[in-house]
Design a protein around this ligand. Structure first.
Ligand code: NAD
Ligand code: RM4
Length: 256
């Protein structure tokens, strides 16, 4: 029970990596609130995940709020504070990756990716940090960046800069918030099978290539990120801030 009685928010917690992290936090005793974009499908997934969180005997809450709206960050914090009374841990995970070639990248695709992944993270982390500073007892912030913060992708020229930005955001907020006892760290997943890359990995050649590049011999599953997220959020990581934790089965280091 590494997060007993902690109050956690996970953005993009309705499915994929965020859902796995939210459920693992609940398993470790935390009350967990989650968010995702506002659509009927997303609302259904949020409600189902909130129910699965509560099945661990903790409190849950959810809000449908688009990450690209700069007002969303404060709404997320208000949701947690209304439901639990306070916020101890904020996990910024919501993200999109609409694979697209570079030379003809539509401006809207680029803009939306930056707004959801990077600008959304900035305003949400800022709102969460202000709440933690007001509470006066420190806290933990974890942002889901990516292996793609460190390496390129020809169909990801809009996406990889946002992931490098999120990594950089955690480094700078670690400096800004250290004096308040707030730790800020980044998780860098490798290739994890979720809806974000379902179409991309439906190409069997691409899929086998990614598997063959991974020393542990398989693509990741959402649950592979859950333990590392709980670790960074917990007191086991009490002296860890500004760190970047690759969770990629060895993909990044595999040159030859
Ligand atoms: P996913 O599509 O399963 O989940 C994405 C989550 O973000 C969902 O909850 C979705 O509803 C939410 N979301 C999407 N658009 C949103 C918006 N406009 N506003 C609010 N919420 C929104 O994908 P995933 O793989 O679980 O992705 C989670 C995070 O992990 C992303 O930030 C992604 O960049 C990162 N990541 C994924 C991989 C991978 O291989 N799957 C690798 C590295 C990093
Ligand atoms: C990740 C990484 C993965 C890709 C996902 C969408 O950051 O690049 O390989 O499948 O994004």
């Amino acid at each position: 029970m590494l997060l007993n009685n902690r109050n956690v928010f996970v953005t993009g917690g309705s499915k994929g990596i965020g859902r796995a992290i939210a459920l693992k936090c609940a398993e470790h005793g935390a009350n967990v609130a989650i968010s995702a974009e506002d659509s009927p499908e997303s609302r259904g997934a949020l409600a189902a995940t909130a129910e699965a969180i509560a099945a661990h005997g903790v409190k849950s809450a959810w809000i449908a709020a688009p990450a690209e709206d700069p007002e969303t960050g404060q709404r997320l914090v208000d949701t947690a504070v209304r439901a639990f009374g306070r916020l101890d841990t904020f996990i910024n995970n919501a993200g999109i990756c609409p694979f697209h070639s570079f030379l003809d990248m539509p401006r809207e695709t680029y803009q939306k990716t930056v707004d959801v992944n990077l600008n959304g993270a900035f305003f949400a982390v800022q709102a969460a940090a202000n709440q933690m500073v007001a509470q006066g007892e420190g806290g933990a912030i974890v942002a889901v960046s990516s292996i793609s913060a460190l390496v390129g992708g020809g169909m990801q020229t809009h996406y990889t800069p946002t992931k490098a930005g999120v990594l950089s955001l955690m480094q700078s907020t670690a400096v800004a918030l250290g004096p308040h006892g707030i730790r800020c760290n980044a998780l860098l997943p490798g290739t994890i099978e979720t809806d974000i890359n379902r179409a991309d990995l439906a190409d069997t050649d691409k899929r086998s290539y990614m598997e063959s590049r991974t020393p542990l011999g398989r693509l990741g599953a959402p649950d592979d990120l859950a333990g590392p997220a709980v670790f960074l959020a917990s007191d086991l990581a009490q002296y860890v801030t500004g760190a970047a934790l690759l969770v990629d089965g060895g993909l990044f280091v595999n040159l030859q």
